[in-house]
Design a protein around this ligand. Structure first.
Ligand code: R5P
Length: 300
């Protein structure tokens, strides 16, 4: 079946790069907000037959950025799916490296919505054929998706970027217990016996304030702190301060999804990070590695 790719407004670079790796045509979109705030999206084609009977790959991350918040990104994604279905796509594949609301997978306080579940229900109702996400916050969320759903691991390409710097004495630090298994797997890319240290994080569910503890000796070690998401930078900055106190030499702050909200970059660099490293799951200035090849390999 012929394939065609639509690079959504939030993933223009990643979308085009995946299309190049697959050797297929990429289309873009036209978007705006109506005066009343409603989203508008149009796939940039003159002839709808371009979509009919094709396998259509829609690439749209749904994280917040300067040009759109996650609500707009989700609506745009839903609009693209709806449009290609209406135009007769034979198969619809969604690549949404960052899945918005995935962190709201539990009820933390009485009265809350477990909203990640509703996002999945909406996706299920759209009857797509496959969905690919990258390093989703909690993989359990994907168990509720009714089509083929794959969580792609970006850790090797992020590790390769740091390995290329040839630093010795690497220690991987997990900023909280939740990231422990991911950090252990990440550390293996630096060598079988690369040490992993785990900090303990407590977040006040009302204020969002973070308390981090951990007593380590990181003297003269080069530290890689790896997380799935950097949002406000609070987690990363706290981990960096602790690592510095413990004698760390260089510190790399690594995340698949470097959302870098508000003052996050300042907080992280001021805390003592030498570099912030993200992937093109989020299109911004710290995106140092591209997911295009690993995603394209899944789509071949
Ligand atoms: C939480 O468990 C996640 O893995 C991240 O640590 C968290 O989302 C980062 O958020 P922030 O940058 O706001 O501390």
């Amino acid at each position: 079946m012929d394939k065609i790719l639509i690079a959504g407004p939030a993933s223009q670079i990643l979308g085009v790069n995946i299309a190049k790796k697959l050797g297929i045509k990429a289309l873009n979109t036209e978007t705006k907000l109506f005066p009343d705030g409603e989203n508008y999206l149009r796939i940039n084609i003159d002839d709808e037959n371009l979509i009919a009977n094709k396998e259509v790959i829609i690439v749209q991350t749904t994280g917040p950025s300067s040009s759109g918040n996650q609500n707009s990104r989700l609506i745009e994604l839903f609009m693209m799916i709806d449009s290609v279905k209406r135009m007769g796509a034979a198969k619809v594949i969604v690549v949404a490296p960052y899945l918005a609301y995935a962190r709201q997978d539990k009820v933390f306080r009485p009265g809350e919505s477990q909203f990640a579940d509703l996002i999945i229900k909406i996706i299920n109702s759209l009857e797509i054929d496959e969905i690919y996400v990258v390093d989703i916050h909690a993989t359990e969320v994907l168990n509720k998706i009714s089509c083929k759903a794959i969580n792609i691991d970006s850790m090797k390409i992020l590790a390769d970027y740091i390995i290329a710097k040839s630093d010795k004495d690497i220690v991987v630090v997990s900023p909280d217990k939740g990231a422990k298994e991911r950090s252990k797997a990440f550390a293996k890319h630096f060598g079988e016996n690369t040490p992993v240290e785990v900090f303990s994080k407590e977040r006040d569910v009302k204020t969002g304030d973070i308390k981090m503890t951990g007593k380590l000796n990181l003297k003269d070690k080069n530290i890689v702190i790896a997380d799935d998401i950097i949002a406000t930078g609070g987690t990363m900055a706290s981990a960096i301060k602790l690592a510095k106190k413990s004698g760390a030499n260089k510190i790399y702050a690594v995340a698949t999804h470097a959302l870098l909200l508000g003052q996050a970059k300042f907080r992280i660099l001021k805390a003592g990070a030498d570099e912030i490293i993200g992937s093109d799951a989020i299109d911004n200035e710290v995106c140092k590695v591209s997911l295009a090849k690993i995603i394209a390999d899944y789509l071949k």
